[in-house]
Design a protein around this ligand. Sequence first.
Ligand SMILES: [Zn+2]
Length: 114
Amino acid sequence: MQKCLNCNRRFSWGQVYRSFLGLLYGSIECHHCGAKHKITISGRFIVTALTVLPMLIFMYFLSDLNLLPTIGIGLVIAFAGSLIAPYVTPFDVVSLNEIDGDGRRGMNEAKHLR
Ligand SMILES: [Zn+2]
C-alpha cells in the first residue's frame, strides 16, 4: 500500500479507493499529517490499464458470449482491477501542512490559499 510522502504513514486501502471513486481521482488526505496527495499522470494510466484495458480486451477479443453477459463480466473484470489499483498506483504530494524542508517534487504545485 502507498505511504504518505510526508510522514511515511501507510494509507488504508479504503482511503485510496475512495479517491478513485471520487471521480477524476480526488485527492487523498493523510490522516496523520494532513498532507494532500494526488494520483500522478502515470498513476492514471496504471488505473486505466488495470480496469478499462482488461475489460475491453475481454469484451472485444475473448468473449464468445452475448452482449449482456459480456458487458457483465467485463464490468466484473474492471471492478476486480480497481480493487488491486490502490496497491500499485503512485501518488504525489500536492500540499503539505508541515513542510519537512527537503524540497520534494510536487511542492511547487502546493497552493497556499488563505
Ligand atoms: Zn502523512
